[in-house]
Design a protein around this ligand. Structure first.
Ligand code: PLP
Length: 414
């Protein structure tokens, strides 16, 4: 046990979060997608980057629109950022409490007729009109209103407009693409048509309600995610919900971050904690799935699936030590893995770059693990400290405030 006045040593695996890269990505994206506005998607602990670090950095740089998936995420974000931020969330169930989020000014996506009924009931209790975004299923088949549901919801809204004090403001209409990362496919344009039809119906309703449900001119129309925001020109709608690209990763198979003007924000590092001579024929890790062909040296590195590394990258992934690539040999365990460093000069205490600048990329890990870069960063676990680097704001057009200059690890993840 550490006593309360002893600072914790910090985790062995650390995720350095480059605040300057994050600010630059957000500024570049905001400029590129204009006149559409940037909505910063910080769900799932800011794609594993640590929402407690990421959201305040974006907020201090002048960004005011944030999206998360769940209402728990939305409530934590409200506590983190205060009142001066627009926060929207779209994923909740029939039992989810809506009173507290509506009271906290969280804007809610509406994906079922039942959800709108519950929102109206909650708004009657809180006494504050709920701000909603109709979420249209334009072809993804996931969440969102199917065409029949759209008609039901519009009918309910029409009734609301007739009430003495409408309990709802329609702040936006949204949808989500299925194949925007494959720009040659026709479904993206088809989804935009379905979405546009719903938008026209809603606009007509808002106009006929004479502003009682919100002004049609103020309607926030958003369908673009990262791949759409990077490939569609003009970006459809009045804003775009951008997640992955904010973190400097490419959602497109044929584009690297630098091709898109993006810089990876997370650098995942560990260190060599043991180094040993290994005779030819010696095995490595559980299952002894790797055998040294010749005399060599094994470096032991903290980092395993308990930290979020994919075990499926065993015997495939590489890491960088002293600027040189080395293979991970044998199975990645819960807490540690083995690197075959051969006769290269490596010492205990050397930094090991798992991914990010100076090492392989998160996308390399995705290839090794047969998944996507979204999953590689998002799965980094609570055991890994997130540490802000380059936190000092150096100005820039979007900077409206300063970022805390301390570089303190936030132990654990929200
Ligand atoms: C996650 C998510 C996004 C962000 O997607 P990216 O590809 O990371 O930009 C946008 N909208 C919805 C509905 C999402 O679930």
């Amino acid at each position: 046990m550490t006593s309360s006045d002893t600072p914790p040593a910090g985790s062995l695996v650390r995720a350095e979060i480059d605040a300057a890269a994050l600010r630059a990505n957000a500024a570049a994206l905001a400029a590129d997608i204009g006149p559409a506005r940037l909505k910063c998607v910080v769900k799932a602990n800011a794609y594993g980057h640590g929402v407690d670090l990421v959201a305040p950095i974006l907020h201090a740089a002048g960004h005011r629109e944030f999206c998360v998936a769940t209402l728990d995420e939305a409530m934590s974000l409200r506590r983190l950022l205060g009142e001066d931020a627009t926060i929207m969330a779209w994923l909740y169930g029939p039992q989810t409490d809506l009173d507290a989020p509506l009271d906290a000014g969280i804007e809610l996506g509406v994906s079922t007729a039942g959800a709108l009924d519950r929102i109206l009931a909650a708004a009657a209790r809180t006494g504050v009109p709920a701000r909603i975004h109709l979420k249209i299923d334009s072809g993804l088949g996931r969440n969102g209103l199917a065409p029949d549901d759209v008609a039901t919801v519009l009918a309910t809204l029409k009734e609301c407009a007739g009430e003495e004090r409408p309990r709802v403001i329609v702040a936006g209409i949204m949808s989500h693409f299925a194949v925007a990362d494959e720009p040659e496919r026709p479904e993206t344009a088809q989804q935009q048509e379905v979405f546009e039809t719903a938008r026209r119906e809603l606009t007509a309703l808002l106009d006929s309600a004479g502003g009682r449900l919100g002004e049609a001119d103020d309607l926030d129309v958003h369908i673009a995610n990262s791949p759409a925001a990077l490939t569609l020109r003009p970006v459809p709608g009045t804003s775009a919900r951008v997640g992955l690209a904010l973190y400097g990763l490419s959602p497109l198979a044929d584009a690297q971050p630098e091709d898109l003007g993006l810089v990876p924000v997370m650098r995942l590092v560990s260190e060599v904690v043991n180094l040993k001579d290994i005779p030819a024929g010696h095995g490595a890790s559980y299952g002894l799935t790797y055998t040294a062909e010749a005399d060599t040296r094994f470096a032991l590195v903290p980092g395993g699936y308990g930290d979020g590394l994919p075990r499926s990258a065993s015997n495939r992934a590489e890491v960088s030590i002293r600027g040189q690539r080395f293979p991970i040999v044998g199975r990645i365990a819960m807490d540690q893995f083995i690197v075959d460093v051969g006769d290269t000069e490596v010492a205990i205490g050397d930094e090991v770059v798992l991914f990010g600048p100076g090492g392989p990329s998160a996308t390399d890990w995705a290839d090794w693990a047969e998944t996507i870069n979204y999953e590689i960063v998002t799965r980094i676990s609570a055991r890994v400290d997130r540490i802000a680097v380059n936190a000092e704001a150096t100005g820039g057009a979007a900077a409206t405030g300063s970022v805390p200059e301390t570089e303190q690890p936030t132990a654990g993840a929200a």
